[in-house]
Design a protein around this ligand. Structure first.
Ligand code: ARG
Length: 578
């Protein structure tokens, strides 16, 4: 790709300067260039700290000597030292043209690489339990999962998106038990309730009744035992209620654009897990306790003891994860297997990966937990048991209606159908961007009103920047970029925009490497901010000359491609009008 070639030439020039000045080999492949915090300081920065160790010289000294040594080139106009950094300024002539033509030519593929080389990465996300509807935590999970999958796909990996459904276990039996006792045969149809919400209602009801009658806990355990021994009546209620839940999940997923290539079900994989546990028992990796439970002692590995089968022989959460992990490998021979799961399960995944390693699976090395922080409400932590959750469907509706109001404040010319569609796109754009702009490791303090603003660091701001370009391009009428003279571009705002567009692919790559879509959000915001500055200072449709007008239209057309690319990677729609 053109940008990578350009970067390579620059790193080679630095490498040559190092060789000439210090007679020291410093391979350009290992060089990592950075972007200076302030554009006045330069376009690229080479940190001299790694060299300082080798040369035994202070970094500012090295930077100063390299700045004197660097010759100007078609890529670099000048060099300057700033502390321990060697700062470089692009040669502006040709830079804008190179950047824009490359973007125009690559279109949707702008920013993609082939570094993944077709290797398979499996990514599991969402992974709900079937006793309740999706909540705000799942929304963060789904958006992180989709965005990470999109990023890896753009890097040329073969990405397999999977959902693991924990569709059995004592929590499901709790909803089932409550329904058996107090459901009176109602159904999603009879009540006009979305199926996952109906099942969730009985889960909450169970917890309420449990407070009056602690024996219910044991009844739920007994029901699980019945389920595991294949009791037909229990199984048939389980199938029926789970089907309600799946219908509900599917609706929410399709509304959000959350997609999967494959669904795994705990009710299948726990058997495989049990088999693995018994094999490990045979090999002496696990042992049987006096009460009959099967356990592993991980105290030598910095963990506790972990039960893998209960005394009555039933499987636990870990059991199915052992089976699911192995099945995933058998199905896809992945080189990496990612798990997008909240950080409250950090310990679980450390233990899971350790057990897989002890069982001798080579591929366990490729398992990675993409741990993310919790979403906190102003009122504190969410608890589905107590019904104090933000329901995913409700929140999607709320943002949609906020978006509708925001649109109506600005314009009244949309037909009802378009208004609906745009409100949905913008509401979701607001929500997803809000959840993605925070580094996945950090917690989020959730505030829906803040998310919906058309200005500031929001999804609608990016969507609006894109839509406004489309509107200008429409007004410009029939556009042909065949005979284009870009030499007219070159003022500060135009150059700054081009520079952001040039940097964007590097940010995408880093985002993919770090599994951190927040980098894409930040890059998109920077592009949008530069665009606002550009509009403020320069005219597009009323530019001083025809050449300049066409050139500026071409510039904003490339900006639109970048913004759309960012939104698409984030799983957000890019409306043409809003
Ligand atoms: N269903 C689980 C929960 O809601 C998350 C499953 C995560 N994935 C896994 N392979 N254990 O807490």
């Amino acid at each position: 790709m053109v940008f990578q070639e350009h970067q390579k030439k620059i790193t080679e020039q630095i490498s040559t300067a190092i060789k000439e000045e210090f007679q020291q080999d410093f391979p350009h492949e290992s060089m990592r260039l950075e972007t200076p915090p302030d554009q006045e300081m330069g376009d690229l920065a080479f940190p001299c700290f790694p060299l300082a160790k080798i040369l035994k010289l202070p970094p500012p000294k090295i930077a100063a000597r390299l700045a004197d040594r660097m010759a100007s080139s078609p890529e670099i106009e000048k060099a300057a030292a700033h502390g321990g950094y060697l700062n470089l300024f692009y040669n502006k002539s040709g830079f804008i043209e190179m950047t824009l033509r490359e973007i125009h030519e690559k279109r949707d593929a702008y920013g993609n690489t082939a570094i993944g080389n077709g290797q398979t990465i499996l990514i599991e996300y969402s992974s709900p339990n079937t006793n309740k509807p999706l909540h705000l935590g799942h929304l963060r999970n789904n958006t992180l999962g989709m965005a990470s999958a999109n990023l890896l796909d753009a890097m040329g990996y073969r990405v397999i998106k999977v959902n693991l459904v924990n569709d059995r276990g004592v929590h499901i039996c709790k909803s089932m038990l409550a329904y058996q006792k107090w459901g009176g045969g109602e159904t999603p149809e009879s009540t006009g309730t979305k199926g996952d919400h109906l099942a969730g209602k009985y889960y909450v009801l169970f917890e309420t009744k449990l407070k009056e009658n602690p024996d219910l806990e044991e009844e739920a355990q007994a029901l699980l035992h019945k389920w595991e021994s294949g009791d037909e009546e229990t199984l048939s209620l389980w199938r029926r209620m789970n089907e309600w839940v799946y219908q509900g999940f599917r609706k929410t997923y399709s509304r959000m654009g959350t997609a999967f290539d494959k669904w795994y079900f705990e009710s299948d994989t726990y058997r495989l897990g049990k088999k693995l546990v018994l094999e490990g028992l045979g090999k002496g990796i696990f042992y049987r306790r006096e009460d009959g439970a099967v356990e592993i002692d991980l105290t030598g590995h910095g963990f506790d003891k972990k039960v893998l089968l209960r005394p009555n022989g039933t499987a636990v959460y870990m059991t199915q994860d052992l089976g699911t992990a192995k099945l995933k490998y058998e199905d896809y021979a992945f080189s990496r297997s990612l798990y997008v799961v909240a950080n409250e399960q950090d310990y679980h995944f450390n233990v899971l990966f350790k057990i897989l390693e002890l069982l001798g699976f080579e591929w366990a090395k490729g398992c990675v937990h993409l741990s993310y922080g919790m979403v906190e409400l102003p009122e504190g932590k969410m608890k589905s048991r107590e019904g104090t959750v933000v329901d995913a469907d409700d929140l999607l509706d709320e943002l949609k209606s906020l978006a509708r109001e925001a649109i109506l404040e600005r314009r009244s010319d949309f037909e009802e159908g378009e208004l609906e569609r745009r409100a949905e796109e913008i509401g979701q754009g607001a929500l997803k961007f809000y959840l993605l702009k925070v580094n996945p490791r950090n917690n989020i303090q959730f505030n829906p009103k803040e998310a919906i603003a058309f200005e500031g660091a929001t999804g609608p701001y990016i969507q609006y920047s894109h839509a406004r370009i489309q509107s200008i391009l429409r007004k410009a009428g029939d556009l042909s970029f065949d005979s284009l003279d870009l030499s007219a571009l070159g003022n500060k705002e135009e150059f700054s925009l081009a520079r952001q567009l040039y940097n964007f692919p590097m940010e995408i790559q880093k985002a993919a490497e770090e599994y951190n879509p927040a980098r894409v959000c930040e890059a998109a915001l920077q592009i949008a901010r530069e665009l606002s500055k550009f509009y403020k200072e320069r005219q597009v449709l009323k530019a001083e000359s025809d050449e300049l007008r066409t050139a500026r239209l071409f510039l904003i057309h490339c900006v639109a491609l970048a913004l759309k690319k960012a939104l698409t990677l984030l799983g957000i729609q890019a409306p043409d009008r809003m």
